[in-house]
Design a protein around this ligand. Structure first.
Ligand code: CA
Ligand code: CA
Length: 428
C-alpha cells in the first residue's frame, strides 16, 4: 500500500492531473523509453521531454505553432502535443518559386539533346534555370524543415494526428521522443536533374520525413511513414525518367547513435531508411563506431528498398514484419563496415518473389541472420541469398550480440502482433 501511494504521488506531481489510471501509468506524453528497449536505452536512456514543467507543454494545431513551440525557451525540456493533421507543405509549390523561375525553361535548357549527359548542373550560375531552381528550393527547404531541440517529446494526440509534407530535423541533439504521428512524405517541389547519375540521368530530391543527424538517444515509436496520397506511381516523367519528388522516410546519418525505432509502420515508398549515407572517407571518420540503431516490431509494407540500408552501424532488427509488394527490390542493404543482426523477423512475399533478394550485398560485411520466417517457413536468409544471387556471397556472423531487447516474440506471431499494434493511432 505504501508503494502504491508513493507511486500515485509521484505521478500526480509530474502530470498535475489525476485520472484514475494515471496512478499506474504515465500519460502518453510523459512516457519514457523503457529500460533496455533497444539502442536508445543505452547509457542514460531516452526520456525526451518527460521532465517538462507545465509551461513547456504545448498543444499545436498548425505548422506555425509547431515551429514556434520548437523554437521557444532554449534549454528546457518540452512536450509538444500535435492535434489533428498539420499541413507543413505550405500553400503550394508556386509560392516557393524564386522570381523568374520557369520549369519550362529548365526542361528546355537541360534536355539531354541540348545539354548532353556528361556534365552536372552544379556549376550553373544563379541567373540560370538551375540557379533559379536552387533559389526556389531554398525557400521550400526553410519552410518545411523543423529543427527539434534536445530533451523534447513530440506526440500525436488521439488517433488522427500527424504532418503532411514535414521534414523533422533531429540534428546535433540528445534525447528526443517522437510518437503516434503519421508522416505523409514531403514532396520536393524542385527536384534537380543530374544528367550523370546512371547512364540515363536521374531526378534527385531532398527532404526525408525525419532525419536523425549526429544526434543521440532518439526513440521513434508508433509512427506511420507513408507516401500516402502521392505514391511514386502518380509522379510524372521527364527526359524519360521519373520526376522523383521523394527522399527517405527516416534517415540516420552523420555519426548519429543510440536510436530505437519500435512499432512504426513504414509503407508505400521507394528508398525508405538509410543508416549511414556515404562510403566516403570523411563520412567514415564520423560514422565508424556509431550508427547503433534497433528496429523492432515495425511493419515494412510495400517498399522498394532500404529497410534499412546500413553502413558502419551495429543495427539490431528483430520482430519486424516485411510485406513485399509490386516493384520490391530488397529489404536489408548490407553496406560498408555494417554489422547487421536480423533475427526473429517475418517476411511475406508475393508469388514470384523469392527470398534471395531480402538481403542485398553492397559491400563485403558480416551479417547475423537467424530464426527468420518467409511465408511461414523458417528460412536461412544468408544461405538462400548466397544460393540465389551468384557473385554476391555474404559472410555469416556480425561479431556482436544484441542485449538491449525487452521482449522477443516468436517470429511466427509477429505479423499478427505488428498488424494490430504498429503505427500511428494505436496509442494515446
Ligand atoms: Ca498542403
Ligand atoms: Ca535522405
Amino acid at each position: 500500500m505504501t508503494a502504491l501511494v508513493g507511486c500515485t504521488a509521484l505521478v500526480l506531481a509530474v502530470t498535475g492531473t489525476a485520472p484514475a489510471q494515471a496512478a499506474h501509468r504515465a500519460a502518453t506524453e510523459r512516457q519514457v523509453l523503457p529500460a533496455g528497449d533497444g539502442w536508445a536505452a543505452y547509457g542514460a536512456g531516452t526520456t525526451g521531454g518527460a521532465a517538462a514543467d507545465r509551461a513547456h507543454v504545448y498543444t499545436v494545431t498548425t505548422w506555425e505553432q509547431f515551429k514556434a513551440a520548437l523554437a521557444d525557451d532554449g534549454g528546457a525540456p518540452r512536450i509538444i502535443r500535435v492535434k489533428g493533421v498539420i499541413d507543413a507543405d505550405g500553400p503550394g509549390c508556386d509560392t516557393f518559386a524564386a522570381p523568374g523561375y520557369d520549369f519550362g525553361a529548365y526542361l528546355a535548357k537541360y534536355a539531354p539533346e541540348n545539354w548532353g549527359r556528361t556534365t552536372t548542373l552544379d556549376g550553373e550560375p544563379d541567373d540560370s534555370p538551375e540557379g533559379l531552381r536552387r533559389a526556389s528550393a531554398a525557400g521550400q527547404d526553410a519552410y518545411i524543415k523543423a529543427d527539434v531541440p534536445a530533451d523534447t517529446t513530440i506526440v500525436g494526440v488521439g488517433r488522427n494526428a500527424g504532418f503532411n509534407g514535414a521534414s523533422l530535423q533531429i540534428k546535433g541533439v540528445d534525447n528526443v521522443i517522437v510518437r503516434n504521428l503519421r508522416f505523409e512524405s514531403p514532396l520536393d517541389c524542385f527536384p534537380q536533374w543530374d544528367p550523370t547519375d546512371t547512364a540515363d540521368g536521374n531526378w534527385n530530391s531532398e527532404y526525408d520525413s525525419a532525419v536523425i543527424y549526429g544526434s543521440t538517444h532518439v526513440w521513434m515509436d508508433h509512427n506511420t511513414f507513408t507516401d500516402g496520397d502521392h505514391p511514386d506511381s502518380t509522379l510524372p516523367h521527364y527526359f524519360g525518367r521519373i520526376y522523383e519528388q521523394h527522399d527517405g522516410e527516416l534517415d540516420v546519418v552523420k555519426g548519429a547513435d543510440y536510436v530505437t525505432a519500435s512499432w512504426n509502420v513504414f509503407e508505400d515508398h521507394d528508398k525508405t531508411i538509410l543508416v549511414g549515407n556515404s562510403d566516403s572517407a570523411a563520412t567514415a571518420a564520423v560514422d565508424r563506431g556509431h550508427l547503433k540503431v534497433t528496429f523492432h516490431h515495425n511493419l515494412f509494407r510495400n517498399l522498394v528498398e532500404r529497410a534499412p540500408r546500413v553502413r558502419f552501424g551495429q543495427v539490431d532488427s528483430y520482430n519486424n514484419h516485411f510485406v513485399a509488394g509490386d516493384g520490391y527490390s530488397y529489404s536489408y542493404g548490407i553496406g560498408m563496415e555494417s554489422q547487421l543482426v536480423a533475427e526473429h523477423n517475418a517476411f511475406t512475399l508475393p508469388d514470384g518473389v523469392t527470398a534471395g533478394p531480402i538481403l542485398k550485398k553492397w559491400k563485403d560485411a558480416p551479417v547475423t541472420a537467424a530464426d527468420n520466417y518467409v511465408n511461414g517457413r523458417l528460412t536461412d536468409l544468408i544461405a538462400v541469398h548466397n544460393a540465389e544471387v551468384p557473385g554476391e556471397t555474404l559472410r555469416s556472423g556480425a561479431g556482436w550480440t544484441p542485449v538491449l531487447r525487452t521482449r522477443v516474440d516468436p517470429a511466427r506471431a509477429v505479423p499478427g502482433l505488428v498488424g494490430h499494434r504498429a503505427g500511428a493511432g494505436r496509442i494515446g
